[in-house]
Design a protein around this ligand. Structure first.
Ligand SMILES: Cc1cc2nc3c(=O)[nH]c(=O)nc-3n(C[C@H](O)[C@H](O)[C@H](O)COP(=O)(O)OP(=O)(O)OC[C@H]3O[C@@H](n4cnc5c(N)ncnc54)[C@H](O)[C@@H]3O)c2cc1C
Ligand SMILES: NC(=O)c1ccc[n+]([C@@H]2O[C@H](COP(=O)([O-])OP(=O)(O)OC[C@H]3O[C@@H](n4cnc5c(N)ncnc54)[C@H](O)[C@@H]3O)[C@@H](O)[C@H]2O)c1
Length: 453
């Protein structure tokens, strides 16, 4: 078959979800992938990083208890065994995904796709082939970005994919960029004994997060003896054979064993032939989409490649909307509401909805309530009671919830529901929160307006 109702380019979380939904709706579907099923998320992103963090969480837990003098001694991680486990898990997931595609009658085409015109793609794989579509979904994702002077050499100057492949912990690691990738990876290697240096150009780490949350995180990481430099750009990374020289814009230098370049992502659009279908690009090459996620009348662009929200669950959600819109099952513009997000690790950050600063910038009158994790018995039980939950309100309605601390990511779905369903302080009293749970900290921040009266 060379003609399909729907062709999807890219089998990451966005493309895979779109292909499955289209086939469940009875459409003929081809999914084109040049590398591995699962895209960045499964192979080099969400899944391997969380597997590494999950496998070493007990090290951090024991550390916290040893600080309370409840245990002592040391545990060694076997890095090559962990890598093997990660590779086995990823391979098993490839197999499961491939079976699922087969079961749904989706034709998987291995190769690199390029658009020839508004109804045709060419695939360069083992053989070259041309396929026709009624609707195309571009879900080609993004790749590691770097700036002049910071180019990874993949030996000492690494990107996030290289760092997952190390066989042993480096003695020291400079992390360039304190977004989610930099902070999560630094946390993993810190657990294995690596000395961490974080250099962030913005005035604070986790610059996309609420300022108080980011400052609290900063303080907690400093207690772990991370060297954190903010407000300074790294100008150059030099591989000096035995070490890497990190040169900051003000001339200051840091020498480390390895450096991680985690300064953001760039869209996978070069060579896609988008110009042949009248698709416009913006900025660094992100696909421009309209309110329905369309890049052209019969072409949608979903996930990282459209630059809206670089998260796996956002890609999946957009994939679903694109298919429903293409099939005429919805005529509504894409309006995702609050998109939950987390930074994972020993100290986690979670957020759903707007920060207080974002709401204020929109001209809203914002009030803020808080609950410290110090008062939460579960945080205390883990010996990790620093951190807080923060709620931003407008007109008595929850508009944003964010938190920092041990296990904070576990609060994110409830926080998303609170924002989406426009909870008031009274709503919190309509629900029973199990005791003792971290959720109670969320409840405490929520009922604070009632308690204050
Ligand atoms: C280290 C790291 C950790 C992360 N952790 C998280 C996390 O915890 N939670 C979270 O939500 N997000 C996380 N992300 C982000 C997440 O991985 C991405 O947002 C998500 O994978 C985007 O999905 P996508 O489907 O848009 O694209 P991708 O997953 O990038 O998939 C795109 C696919 O398209 C294929 N492709 C590209 N061009 C072509 C072509 N011309 N022809 C054929 N195939 C092509 C690629 O090979 C790839 O498989 C992380 C990212 C990184 C790098
Ligand atoms: N847990 C998660 O959900 C998760 C985990 C990892 C990645 N991601 C996604 O992947 C995307 C990419 O993550 P990221 O951390 O690479 O990007 P990012 O854009 O979030 O952070 C990059 C940081 O690098 C800084 N920077 C840029 N140039 C610099 C320089 N020369 N010197 C010092 N600092 C510099 C920027 O100020 C920025 O804070 C994010 O958008 C995120 O959504 C999500």
């Amino acid at each position: 078959m060379s003609h399909f109702d729907i062709i999807v380019i890219g089998a990451g979380p966005g493309g895979y979800a779109a292909a499955l939904l289209a086939s469940q709706r009875g459409k003929t579907v081809a999914l084109i992938e040049k590398q591995n099923l699962g895209g960045t998320c499964l192979n080099w992103g969400c899944i391997p990083t969380k597997l590494y963090l999950g496998a070493t969480a007990h090290l951090e837990g024991l550390h916290a208890q040893s600080r309370l003098r409840l245990c002592s001694g040391s545990v060694q991680m076997d890095m090559s065994a962990l890598k093997k486990r990660k590779n086995a898990f990823v391979a098993a997931t490839h197999k499961a995904m491939s079976c699922c595609l087969d079961k749904h009658g989706i034709v998987l085409v291995q190769g690199q796709a390029a658009i020839l015109d508004k109804n045709t793609v060419r695939i360069d794989g083992e053989t070259e082939q041309t396929l026709n579509f009624k609707t195309l979904v571009i879900a080609t994702g993004s790749s590691t970005n770097w700036f002049a002077g910071l180019e990874p050499d993949h030996k000492r100057i690494l990107d996030s994919t290289d760092l997952l492949d190390l066989d042993a912990a480096p003695a020291s690691l400079a992390v360039i960029g304190a977004g989610a990738i930099g902070l999560e990876m630094a946390d993993f290697w810190h657990r294995l004994g690596t000395t961490i240096h974080v250099i962030e150009a913005a005035p604070r780490i986790a610059p996309a997060e609420d300022e108080e949350i980011a400052q609290t995180l900063h303080g907690m990481l400093k207690r772990k003896k991370w060297n954190i430099v903010t407000g300074k750009r790294v100008a150059e990374l030099v591989n000096e054979d035995e070490s890497v020289l990190v040169r900051l814009e003000d001339g200051a230098e840091i020498r480390v064993e390895k450096a991680l370049v985690a300064v953001g992502r760039k869209p996978n659009t070069p060579g896609l032939g988008l110009e042949n279908a009248g698709v416009a690009l913006t900025g660094a090459g992100w696909v421009t989409t309209d309110e329905f996620l369309r890049a052209a009348p019969n072409i949608y662009a979903i996930g990282d490649v459209n630059g809206r929200t670089l998260l796996a669950h956002a890609a999946e959600h957009q994939g679903r909307h694109a298919i429903l819109h293409a099939l005429g099952e919805t005529a509504a513009p894409y309006a995702p509401g609050p998109i939950p997000g987390c930074i994972y690790g020993s100290i986690e950050v979670m957020r759903a909805g707007h920060t207080a600063a974002e709401l204020t910038a929109q001209g809203k009158t914002v009030t803020v309530t808080r609950a410290n994790l110090g008062a939460n018995p579960i945080s205390q039980a883990h010996g990790q009671a620093l951190g807080l939950v923060k709620v931003a309100w407008v007109d008595g309605v929850v508009r944003g919830v964010t938190a920092v601390g041990h296990g904070a990511s576990h609060l994110v779905t409830l926080a998303e529901i609170m924002v989406r369903d426009r909870w008031t302080a009274h709503t919190a009293h309509e629900h029973i929160f199990a005791h003792p749970t971290l959720d109670e900290a969320l409840r405490d921040a929520l009922i604070a307006p009632l308690e204050d009266k």
